[in-house]
Design a protein around this ligand. Structure first.
Ligand code: PLP
Length: 398
């Protein structure tokens, strides 16, 4: 009776649903937010430089600009990089839509690169094939938290005079070749959405070592307006005077969010440790299941994982991914799918991107399932996930 799948009327592995991701908020977070609510500044106050300072400390980046969310961070990164009409930007096809939308916001053309078959990060060989005289930048996503092949990407960028933008929404606290993500690419962006490793409620950041890119990012965050005496073109006015120097946006983060982010950053190493522990446990438990492939882990990346994804060898199973997904949901294991190849989304299809553009990405999408992974999962929760996966795979094994 116990091995009958819940989807067919059996007992589920768990009574209470386990989500695939969840934030962890403690008393320090609550006090940090409350302190701001009682202070003079809800926005444009001291918590924002505090957050930027902490982000530089954690990543080793020279400059950080805190913004309202990860998508705004990507938009600002593209604007600061000078991406505009007529430019092409190469981006990974397996990512959240925002990684490519930011290119369209600037009037430029996203060029989708396929993923590497083993790591599921952007394929270096495919990036090289897609470079043209119009290519201006590469947006590499550290998918699941594992760093993309940044050394190879940097080499390509140097050779073709391109900018490397690293969408590190998944990879805060990951190290690559001994350096922290945030200090490696020309521009790195983070997201602090609640499913990510640390949260600000909503929030994001742009990091760079380049002062010119930093100054641009600061301008784009707040309408293109500056009061900085050193940057004003007309210095004859009193100190009420400000200049709008380009067309920017309001992408400011509040001090309420920045305070939460600072408090979460204090727990980042603990968050990383626990995520690594759960990943090691899953790896150990899944490595002998023939019907599952795990991502290849590259030596250069000391990875803090945001997502744990398994790839199903469908040829060894009697069913498809949809049924496996639904069977796991019925066991109360909150699985998910990351991601639909961006160019397969209806809006991108309407722009003319064809099916078959990135074969590895499309193959991956047919077979991937994201399992729960978050800091406050207990060992019992992780064990339930393993039991649920085993139960479902055993049932559908050929
Ligand atoms: C979450 C995410 C974003 C967008 O971040 P928001 O803070 O939700 O705007 C961008 N890229 C990737 C890869 C993401 O996972």
């Amino acid at each position: 009776m116990k091995s009958e799948l819940a989807i067919y009327g059996g007992e589920p592995i768990r009574n209470k649903r386990l989500n695939y991701g969840k934030q962890y908020i403690d008393q320090n977070d609550i006090e940090a937010v409350c302190a701001v609510l009682k202070s003079d500044y809800l926005t444009c106050g001291p918590e924002i430089p505090h957050m930027e300072h902490k982000l530089c400390e954690v990543t080793g980046a020279k400059f950080a600009v805190a913004v309202s969310n990860g998508t705004a961070a990507l938009h600002i990164a593209c604007l600061a990089a000078g991406i505009g009409k007529g430019d092409e930007v190469i981006v990974s096809s397996i990512t959240f839509a925002a990684s490519a939308n930011c290119i369209l916001y600037c009037g430029a053309t996203p060029v989708f690169a396929d993923i590497d078959h083993d790591t599921w990060n952007i394929s270096i060989a495919n990036v090289e094939q897609k470079i043209t005289s119009k290519t201006k930048a590469i947006i590499a996503v550290d998918f699941m938290g594992q760093a993309a092949a940044l050394n190879e990407l940097k080499e390509i960028c140097l050779k073709h005079e391109l900018l490397l933008i690293e969408d590190a929404a998944h990879s805060i606290n990951t190290r690559y070749d001994g350096n922290n993500v945030g200090s490696i690419a020309d521009i790195t962006t983070f997201s602090f959405h609640p499913v990510k490793t640390i949260t600000a409620g909503e929030g994001g950041a742009v990091l760079t070592n380049d002062i010119a890119l930093y100054r641009k990012a600061i301008l784009y965050r707040a309408h293109g307006i500056t009061r900085d005496e050193n940057l004003l073109t007309d210095k004859s006015n009193g100190n009420w005077y400000y200049e709008q120097q380009l067309l920017g946006y309001n992408y400011r983060i509040t001090d309420i969010q920045a305070a939460l982010c600072c408090s979460q950053l204090d727990k980042l190493d603990a968050f990383s440790c626990r995520r690594k522990e759960i990943v090691a446990f899953y790896n150990q438990e899944f490595k002998n299941i023939n019907e599952i492939i795990l991502p290849k882990e590259i030596n250069q990346s000391d990875t803090t994982r945001h997502l744990y994804i398994i790839y199903l060898k469908l040829e060894l199973l009697t069913t498809d991914r949809k049924t496996i997904y639904e069977a796991l949901q019925a066991e109360n294991i909150g699985v998910n799918v990351h991601y639909i190849p961006v160019y397969r989304l209806p809006y991108y299809q309407s722009l003319g991107y064809p099916k078959g553009l990135c074969p590895n990405a499309e193959d991956f999408y047919e077979r991937c399932i994201t399992l729960p992974l978050f800091y406050s999962m207990t060992d019992d929760d992780a064990w339930d996930v393993v039991c649920g996966v085993r139960k479902v795979i055993n049932y559908f094994r050929k």
